[in-house]
Design a protein around this ligand. Structure first.
Ligand SMILES: [Zn+2]
Length: 341
């Protein structure tokens, strides 16, 4: 389709579905797509042109469909009852595909399920999301709902994942629809308690009271940023950091969904906690004060990561950027944010 801003594809640029609605006129930089498979999202023109035509990106298109669909449904649930302005802001933030460069797509898709077991769990969670109440049947159209199990198409969903959940008595069949069994709801509860469903964000940072730059960093920026993204910050108090890294910290990291690490002052405990979290396969969000990120200052192992660089007189900006980074890499948290953040 030719527009005054150039050509945009007639199909969903991610899953190639034909039956889509597009809104191409409101913005030069991006356009929006309502796709029955992927859901509603915005996409910059550049990733279509420079990302999705790469074979290594195309190979992961079904994972991208699964991620967008999941975020769409989560956003709908998270903003239920909120004003249309807040709903729109949520959507703009978490459903805007900005870049599909190979390194960006790795970051974006780092949390998608890989194993058959993980995919089956995600399908069960999707059924729960779309179930009006326990016991209510859910209609599945495999042709459009296959992203619920992050599969490449409808057949894998039908003949493998739905059969698998039926076989484990996690769902039952009700005519052409499916109902989550009591055993299924128990499994969903268990998943919510585990790390994948955790609402906790572990914070690793320096506690040096003599450094004036750190004053207000936690209260004004990190804690507020995490809360407004829908998660609960967990800061282990100073005394625990004076001991050897204790079991308590290890246990707290284990039960967290992700970790926010500030490398200002280069404390050893921050490197340890971030490294430990990465070893568990957790996502880490990297922060550092502008002066401490100077070349050669940040430990060589972390310089490759994309730090959010901050300054002490711009804590409100840091809060906003932290929230956006959390939404972009981890997704909207389960805790309803304050109404106007
Ligand atoms: Zn699509």
């Amino acid at each position: 389709m030719q527009t005054e801003f150039g050509t945009v594809p007639d199909r969903c640029p991610i899953c190639m579905e034909k039956d889509i609605k597009r809104n191409v006129n409101h913005d030069i930089e991006r356009y929006s797509v309502a796709c029955p498979v992927c859901g509603e999202y915005h996409i910059d023109r550049s990733p279509y042109l420079y990302g999705l035509d790469r074979p290594e990106t195309k190979e992961r298109a079904h994972e991208l469909s699964g991620l967008i669909r999941e975020r769409c449904e989560e956003a709908r649930r998270a903003t239920q009852g909120s004003s249309s302005r807040i709903r729109k802001r949520y959507r703009d933030m978490i459903l805007h595909i900005k870049s599909l460069d190979p390194d960006k797509i790795d970051e974006l898709l780092s949390g998608v399920p890989k194993t058959a077991k993980e995919k089956a769990d995600r399908l069960l969670q999707a059924l729960a999301r779309n179930s009006k109440h326990p016991g209510a049947p859910v209609r599945i159209d495999p042709e459009t709902d296959y992203p619920w199990a992050y599969t490449e198409g409808s057949r894998e969903l039908k003949v493998y994942y739905l059969e698998h959940l039926l076989h484990r008595d996690l769902i039952s069949k009700d005519g052409g629809q499916y109902v989550i069994t009591v055993k299924g709801w128990e499994r969903i509860e268990k998943l919510a308690e585990s790390r994948a469903g955790s609402r906790i964000a572990f914070v690793a940072m320096s506690f040096d009271k003599k450094d004036p730059r750190l004053k207000g960093l936690y209260e004004e920026a990190i804690s507020k940023g995490i809360k407004s993204a829908g998660y609960k910050p967990l800061l282990v108090s100073l005394e625990h950091h004076n001991e050897k890294i204790c079991d308590r910290i290890v246990a707290d990291i284990r039960k967290s969904r992700f970790l926010v690490a500030d490398f200002t002052r280069h404390r050893q405990n921050v490197y340890f906690e971030a490294g430990f979290a990465m070893g568990l396969g957790m996502q880490v969000i990297w922060l550092c004060h502008k002066k401490d990120i100077a070349p050669r200052k940040v430990h060589f192992d972390t310089r490759q990561y994309n730090h959010i660089v901050w300054e002490e007189d711009k804590l409100a900006e840091l809060q906003q950027r932290l929230k956006e980074r959390i939404w972009a890499t981890i997704g909207v948290g389960p805790i309803k944010p304050p109404t106007d953040s």
